[in-house]
Design a binder for this molecule. Structure first.
Ligand code: SF4
Length: 287
Protein backbone atom coordinates (compact mmCIF):
# COMPACT_ATOMS: atom_id res chain seq x y z
CA UNK A 1 0.00 0.00 0.00
CA UNK A 2 2.96 2.36 -0.33
CA UNK A 3 5.96 2.89 -2.58
CA UNK A 4 8.55 2.32 0.19
CA UNK A 5 7.31 -1.23 0.61
CA UNK A 6 7.12 -1.79 -3.15
CA UNK A 7 10.73 -0.63 -3.48
CA UNK A 8 11.86 -2.74 -0.52
CA UNK A 9 10.57 -5.81 -2.40
CA UNK A 10 12.12 -4.56 -5.65
CA UNK A 11 15.52 -4.50 -3.87
CA UNK A 12 14.94 -8.11 -2.80
CA UNK A 13 14.68 -9.00 -6.49
CA UNK A 14 10.90 -9.09 -7.03
CA UNK A 15 9.84 -8.33 -10.62
CA UNK A 16 6.32 -7.29 -9.76
CA UNK A 17 4.44 -6.27 -6.62
CA UNK A 18 0.67 -6.66 -6.17
CA UNK A 19 -0.87 -3.58 -4.57
CA UNK A 20 -3.35 -3.92 -1.70
CA UNK A 21 -7.04 -3.69 -2.50
CA UNK A 22 -7.22 -0.79 -0.08
CA UNK A 23 -5.33 1.59 -2.39
CA UNK A 24 -7.26 4.47 -3.92
CA UNK A 25 -6.72 5.36 -7.58
CA UNK A 26 -4.70 8.43 -6.50
CA UNK A 27 -2.47 6.24 -4.30
CA UNK A 28 -1.99 3.75 -7.14
CA UNK A 29 -0.88 6.62 -9.37
CA UNK A 30 1.61 7.89 -6.79
CA UNK A 31 2.99 4.40 -6.06
CA UNK A 32 3.49 3.73 -9.78
CA UNK A 33 5.38 7.03 -10.19
CA UNK A 34 7.88 6.03 -7.47
CA UNK A 35 7.98 2.25 -7.94
CA UNK A 36 11.24 0.69 -9.11
CA UNK A 37 9.48 -2.45 -10.30
CA UNK A 38 6.23 -3.42 -12.02
CA UNK A 39 2.95 -3.18 -10.15
CA UNK A 40 -0.24 -5.20 -10.37
CA UNK A 41 -3.61 -3.85 -9.22
CA UNK A 42 -6.76 -5.68 -8.29
CA UNK A 43 -9.69 -4.63 -10.50
CA UNK A 44 -12.56 -7.10 -10.14
CA UNK A 45 -13.92 -9.65 -7.69
CA UNK A 46 -14.39 -10.37 -4.00
CA UNK A 47 -13.33 -7.84 -1.39
CA UNK A 48 -12.45 -8.60 2.21
CA UNK A 49 -14.54 -6.97 4.89
CA UNK A 50 -11.28 -6.89 6.84
CA UNK A 51 -7.99 -5.29 5.81
CA UNK A 52 -6.21 -7.47 3.20
CA UNK A 53 -4.01 -10.12 4.73
CA UNK A 54 -4.99 -9.34 8.31
CA UNK A 55 -8.14 -11.41 8.74
CA UNK A 56 -7.93 -14.57 10.84
CA UNK A 57 -11.64 -15.35 10.91
CA UNK A 58 -11.34 -18.26 8.49
CA UNK A 59 -8.18 -19.60 10.21
CA UNK A 60 -9.92 -19.37 13.60
CA UNK A 61 -13.27 -20.89 12.64
CA UNK A 62 -12.27 -23.47 10.02
CA UNK A 63 -8.48 -23.87 10.25
CA UNK A 64 -8.26 -22.75 6.62
CA UNK A 65 -5.62 -20.09 6.01
CA UNK A 66 -6.98 -17.04 4.18
CA UNK A 67 -3.46 -15.90 3.32
CA UNK A 68 -2.65 -19.10 1.50
CA UNK A 69 -5.69 -19.24 -0.74
CA UNK A 70 -7.88 -21.26 1.60
CA UNK A 71 -10.33 -18.66 2.90
CA UNK A 72 -13.70 -20.20 3.81
CA UNK A 73 -15.26 -16.72 3.39
CA UNK A 74 -16.38 -16.79 6.99
CA UNK A 75 -17.25 -13.09 6.87
CA UNK A 76 -20.09 -13.97 4.51
CA UNK A 77 -21.68 -16.44 6.93
CA UNK A 78 -24.73 -15.42 8.92
CA UNK A 79 -24.19 -14.45 12.56
CA UNK A 80 -26.22 -13.45 15.59
CA UNK A 81 -24.91 -10.65 17.76
CA UNK A 82 -24.69 -10.96 21.59
CA UNK A 83 -23.32 -8.46 24.14
CA UNK A 84 -19.70 -8.74 25.16
CA UNK A 85 -20.54 -9.33 28.84
CA UNK A 86 -21.44 -12.95 28.13
CA UNK A 87 -25.20 -12.55 28.68
CA UNK A 88 -27.45 -14.37 26.25
CA UNK A 89 -29.58 -11.35 25.33
CA UNK A 90 -29.57 -11.41 21.58
CA UNK A 91 -28.87 -7.95 20.13
CA UNK A 92 -29.52 -8.88 16.52
CA UNK A 93 -32.97 -9.60 15.14
CA UNK A 94 -33.37 -13.41 15.43
CA UNK A 95 -35.12 -13.42 12.05
CA UNK A 96 -32.44 -11.39 10.30
CA UNK A 97 -28.97 -12.82 10.92
CA UNK A 98 -26.10 -10.40 10.58
CA UNK A 99 -23.46 -10.77 7.88
CA UNK A 100 -20.20 -8.84 7.41
CA UNK A 101 -19.89 -9.42 3.69
CA UNK A 102 -18.77 -6.59 1.44
CA UNK A 103 -19.81 -5.98 -2.13
CA UNK A 104 -17.46 -7.18 -4.86
CA UNK A 105 -15.12 -4.78 -6.61
CA UNK A 106 -15.84 -3.59 -10.15
CA UNK A 107 -13.06 -1.33 -11.39
CA UNK A 108 -14.07 -1.04 -15.05
CA UNK A 109 -14.37 2.77 -14.92
CA UNK A 110 -10.84 3.09 -13.55
CA UNK A 111 -9.06 0.99 -16.20
CA UNK A 112 -8.04 3.92 -18.45
CA UNK A 113 -6.55 5.70 -15.41
CA UNK A 114 -4.71 2.53 -14.34
CA UNK A 115 -3.20 2.10 -17.80
CA UNK A 116 -2.18 5.75 -17.83
CA UNK A 117 -0.65 5.39 -14.34
CA UNK A 118 1.54 2.56 -15.65
CA UNK A 119 0.05 -0.44 -13.81
CA UNK A 120 1.62 -3.45 -15.58
CA UNK A 121 -0.96 -6.09 -14.75
CA UNK A 122 -4.66 -6.04 -13.87
CA UNK A 123 -5.80 -8.71 -11.44
CA UNK A 124 -9.23 -10.37 -11.58
CA UNK A 125 -10.20 -12.61 -8.68
CA UNK A 126 -11.39 -15.96 -9.96
CA UNK A 127 -9.76 -18.83 -8.10
CA UNK A 128 -13.09 -20.24 -6.94
CA UNK A 129 -15.15 -19.04 -9.90
CA UNK A 130 -16.54 -20.94 -12.89
CA UNK A 131 -15.01 -20.93 -16.38
CA UNK A 132 -18.16 -19.10 -17.51
CA UNK A 133 -17.66 -16.31 -14.96
CA UNK A 134 -14.03 -15.90 -15.97
CA UNK A 135 -14.78 -15.91 -19.70
CA UNK A 136 -17.42 -13.20 -19.25
CA UNK A 137 -15.39 -10.96 -16.96
CA UNK A 138 -11.99 -11.37 -18.65
CA UNK A 139 -13.36 -10.81 -22.17
CA UNK A 140 -15.17 -7.65 -21.03
CA UNK A 141 -12.04 -6.10 -19.52
CA UNK A 142 -10.07 -7.24 -22.60
CA UNK A 143 -12.46 -5.29 -24.84
CA UNK A 144 -11.89 -2.15 -22.80
CA UNK A 145 -8.09 -2.55 -22.70
CA UNK A 146 -8.02 -3.08 -26.48
CA UNK A 147 -10.20 0.00 -26.94
CA UNK A 148 -7.86 2.12 -24.78
CA UNK A 149 -4.80 0.85 -26.65
CA UNK A 150 -6.33 1.50 -30.07
CA UNK A 151 -7.25 5.05 -29.11
CA UNK A 152 -11.00 4.41 -29.47
CA UNK A 153 -13.24 7.06 -27.93
CA UNK A 154 -14.52 5.76 -24.58
CA UNK A 155 -18.12 6.91 -24.59
CA UNK A 156 -20.65 6.53 -21.80
CA UNK A 157 -22.65 4.08 -23.92
CA UNK A 158 -19.54 1.90 -24.42
CA UNK A 159 -19.01 1.73 -20.64
CA UNK A 160 -22.71 1.00 -20.20
CA UNK A 161 -22.44 -1.93 -22.67
CA UNK A 162 -19.45 -3.34 -20.76
CA UNK A 163 -21.22 -2.98 -17.43
CA UNK A 164 -24.28 -4.78 -18.77
CA UNK A 165 -21.99 -7.61 -19.86
CA UNK A 166 -20.39 -7.85 -16.40
CA UNK A 167 -23.91 -8.05 -14.90
CA UNK A 168 -24.34 -11.33 -16.79
CA UNK A 169 -21.61 -13.08 -14.81
CA UNK A 170 -22.63 -14.82 -11.60
CA UNK A 171 -22.02 -11.98 -9.24
CA UNK A 172 -22.77 -10.33 -5.99
CA UNK A 173 -23.63 -6.62 -6.05
CA UNK A 174 -20.54 -4.61 -6.93
CA UNK A 175 -19.00 -1.21 -6.23
CA UNK A 176 -15.76 0.73 -6.75
CA UNK A 177 -14.19 -0.54 -3.51
CA UNK A 178 -11.44 1.83 -2.39
CA UNK A 179 -10.64 3.08 -5.90
CA UNK A 180 -12.80 6.19 -5.54
CA UNK A 181 -11.82 6.80 -1.90
CA UNK A 182 -12.69 5.33 1.48
CA UNK A 183 -15.88 3.26 1.08
CA UNK A 184 -18.76 3.58 3.52
CA UNK A 185 -21.72 1.41 4.42
CA UNK A 186 -22.85 1.46 0.79
CA UNK A 187 -20.05 -1.04 -0.06
CA UNK A 188 -21.35 -3.54 2.54
CA UNK A 189 -23.95 -6.28 2.34
CA UNK A 190 -24.92 -6.44 6.01
CA UNK A 191 -28.35 -7.86 5.43
CA UNK A 192 -28.97 -7.32 1.80
CA UNK A 193 -29.75 -10.36 -0.28
CA UNK A 194 -30.36 -8.66 -3.58
CA UNK A 195 -32.09 -10.41 -6.42
CA UNK A 196 -29.66 -10.30 -9.29
CA UNK A 197 -30.43 -11.09 -12.86
CA UNK A 198 -27.59 -13.26 -14.05
CA UNK A 199 -27.28 -15.50 -17.05
CA UNK A 200 -26.66 -19.17 -16.74
CA UNK A 201 -23.99 -20.97 -18.75
CA UNK A 202 -25.98 -23.51 -20.76
CA UNK A 203 -23.74 -25.08 -23.41
CA UNK A 204 -20.21 -25.06 -24.74
CA UNK A 205 -19.61 -24.99 -28.50
CA UNK A 206 -17.37 -27.95 -29.47
CA UNK A 207 -17.10 -27.59 -33.24
CA UNK A 208 -17.50 -25.32 -36.21
CA UNK A 209 -20.57 -25.72 -38.46
CA UNK A 210 -20.36 -28.87 -40.67
CA UNK A 211 -21.48 -29.10 -44.31
CA UNK A 212 -25.07 -29.81 -43.17
CA UNK A 213 -25.12 -26.87 -40.79
CA UNK A 214 -24.79 -28.94 -37.60
CA UNK A 215 -22.69 -27.70 -34.69
CA UNK A 216 -21.66 -29.92 -31.79
CA UNK A 217 -22.44 -28.52 -28.37
CA UNK A 218 -21.93 -29.86 -24.85
CA UNK A 219 -24.77 -29.34 -22.38
CA UNK A 220 -23.71 -27.64 -19.11
CA UNK A 221 -27.08 -26.70 -17.58
CA UNK A 222 -30.73 -27.47 -18.35
CA UNK A 223 -31.48 -26.30 -21.87
CA UNK A 224 -34.90 -25.73 -23.37
CA UNK A 225 -34.17 -25.49 -27.12
CA UNK A 226 -37.13 -23.14 -27.63
CA UNK A 227 -35.67 -20.59 -25.22
CA UNK A 228 -33.88 -17.43 -26.30
CA UNK A 229 -30.13 -17.85 -25.88
CA UNK A 230 -27.03 -15.73 -26.20
CA UNK A 231 -23.67 -16.79 -27.64
CA UNK A 232 -20.31 -15.16 -26.90
CA UNK A 233 -16.68 -16.13 -27.47
CA UNK A 234 -13.16 -14.81 -27.96
CA UNK A 235 -14.12 -13.44 -31.40
CA UNK A 236 -17.89 -13.20 -30.93
CA UNK A 237 -19.46 -10.22 -29.21
CA UNK A 238 -22.56 -11.31 -27.23
CA UNK A 239 -25.39 -12.01 -29.65
CA UNK A 240 -28.90 -13.47 -29.30
CA UNK A 241 -29.52 -16.78 -31.10
CA UNK A 242 -32.42 -19.22 -31.37
CA UNK A 243 -31.80 -22.93 -31.87
CA UNK A 244 -33.63 -24.14 -34.97
CA UNK A 245 -33.05 -27.82 -34.30
CA UNK A 246 -31.32 -30.04 -31.77
CA UNK A 247 -30.50 -33.74 -32.26
CA UNK A 248 -29.11 -36.13 -29.66
CA UNK A 249 -26.79 -39.12 -30.20
CA UNK A 250 -29.82 -41.40 -30.94
CA UNK A 251 -31.12 -39.10 -33.65
CA UNK A 252 -33.96 -37.90 -31.37
CA UNK A 253 -35.06 -34.28 -31.06
CA UNK A 254 -35.40 -33.76 -27.28
CA UNK A 255 -37.70 -31.07 -25.89
CA UNK A 256 -35.47 -30.54 -22.86
CA UNK A 257 -31.77 -31.29 -22.44
CA UNK A 258 -30.77 -31.79 -18.83
CA UNK A 259 -27.89 -34.28 -18.84
CA UNK A 260 -24.71 -32.33 -18.00
CA UNK A 261 -21.80 -32.93 -20.42
CA UNK A 262 -24.10 -34.62 -22.98
CA UNK A 263 -22.89 -33.85 -26.51
CA UNK A 264 -25.62 -33.07 -29.06
CA UNK A 265 -25.87 -31.44 -32.47
CA UNK A 266 -27.64 -28.12 -32.95
CA UNK A 267 -28.38 -25.72 -35.77
CA UNK A 268 -28.78 -21.96 -35.48
CA UNK A 269 -28.47 -18.95 -37.65
CA UNK A 270 -25.64 -16.81 -36.28
CA UNK A 271 -21.99 -16.86 -35.29
CA UNK A 272 -20.14 -20.06 -34.36
CA UNK A 273 -16.71 -20.55 -32.84
CA UNK A 274 -15.24 -23.60 -31.15
CA UNK A 275 -14.96 -22.80 -27.45
CA UNK A 276 -17.71 -20.15 -27.50
CA UNK A 277 -20.26 -20.25 -24.68
CA UNK A 278 -24.05 -20.23 -24.85
CA UNK A 279 -26.08 -18.81 -21.99
CA UNK A 280 -29.65 -18.07 -20.99
CA UNK A 281 -31.24 -15.51 -18.66
CA UNK A 282 -32.25 -16.54 -15.19
CA UNK A 283 -32.78 -15.04 -11.74
CA UNK A 284 -30.41 -15.78 -8.95
CA UNK A 285 -30.15 -14.66 -5.33
CA UNK A 286 -26.99 -13.01 -4.09
CA UNK A 287 -25.26 -14.66 -1.14
S1 SF4 B 1 -13.16 -14.24 5.95
FE1 SF4 B 1 -13.80 -12.53 4.67
S2 SF4 B 1 -12.59 -10.77 5.38
FE2 SF4 B 1 -11.60 -12.64 6.16
S3 SF4 B 1 -10.04 -13.16 4.60
FE3 SF4 B 1 -11.90 -14.30 4.09
S4 SF4 B 1 -13.01 -12.98 2.60
FE4 SF4 B 1 -11.47 -11.70 3.67
Amino acid sequence: VNSSTVNFWARQGMDRVVLGRECTMEEIRQICQRAQTETEAFIHGGMCVSYSGRCVLSNHLTNRDANRGGCAQSCRWKYHVFPFDGSDVQLSDPNKPFSMSSKDLRGIRQIPAMIEAGVASLKIEGRMKSAYYLATVVSTYRRLIDAVESGQELTESFFHQLEKELDKAENRPTGPGFLEGLPGAEMQLYREHAELVTQEFTALVLSERDENGWIQIQIRNRLDPSQELEIFGPDILPQIIRLEEVMDEDGQKPLILNRPMQVVKARWDGPVQTGAMIRKTMKKQAV
